[in-house]
Design a protein around this ligand. Sequence first.
Ligand SMILES: Cc1cc2nc3c(=O)[nH]c(=O)nc-3n(C[C@H](O)[C@H](O)[C@H](O)COP(=O)(O)O)c2cc1C
Length: 210
Amino acid sequence: MHLPAHELPIEARYKLLTGTIIPRPVAVISTISPNGVLNVAPFSYFSIVGHAPMALSFAVAGPKPDGTWKDTLRNAQLPTEGGTGEFVVNIATEYYAKQMARTATPLAADISEFDFAGLTPAASAVVRPPRIGEASVSFECRTLHVVEVGRSRLVVGEVVYLYVDDALVDNRFRVDFSQLRAIGRMAGSRYARTTDTFVIEDEKFFPGTR
Ligand SMILES: Cc1cc2nc3c(=O)[nH]c(=O)nc-3n(C[C@H](O)[C@H](O)[C@H](O)COP(=O)(O)O)c2cc1C
């Protein structure tokens, strides 16, 4: 079928995007509100922006039916917009997949998903929001930009500090994905593991990728 995007109902657009752009890595994002309430939520509209500086992005779809934006955006946006300008990206893994999914439950802004989902806040080194103690990789970020894209907001943050479990990385910073056990989101409540991988040997496929 050939489908002009603007003629599709919203639900079909969502299903076609999330059913085909798979698997999507999941950023479990911890933030803190300006008055100190901790927040955690998963985001699979998530990617690397660059490595000089190290920068990550995630997109918040919205606003919610009541007209307000998700707490993660409200907390992570720049202080000039009422946020703290900080967030932590924790990489979702099999080890805390169920707790990760529970953090997507909409809760009142004054209730912390750390308590609700049974996750442990661990002090970050540089930013105020804590990282997730159960996560083996966490990127502490400062917000650089919030870009308006129709009814979504793309948040771009610079990584200012990293926590990586020592057991995952060798002395050349190569990460053992088989121990990381990162998960990806498929459509709906289905997830993918990252243990079924293969290698393409031909070096000429990778000229100047860095
Ligand atoms: C695995 C997973 C990935 C998600 N990815 C996104 C996303 O990329 N963008 C988004 O707006 N919502 C996404 N959601 C929904 C939010 O996590 C959900 O709306 C959450 O309640 C927002 O929490 P907050 O208000 O505390 O920020 C995702 C949910 C799950 C379970």
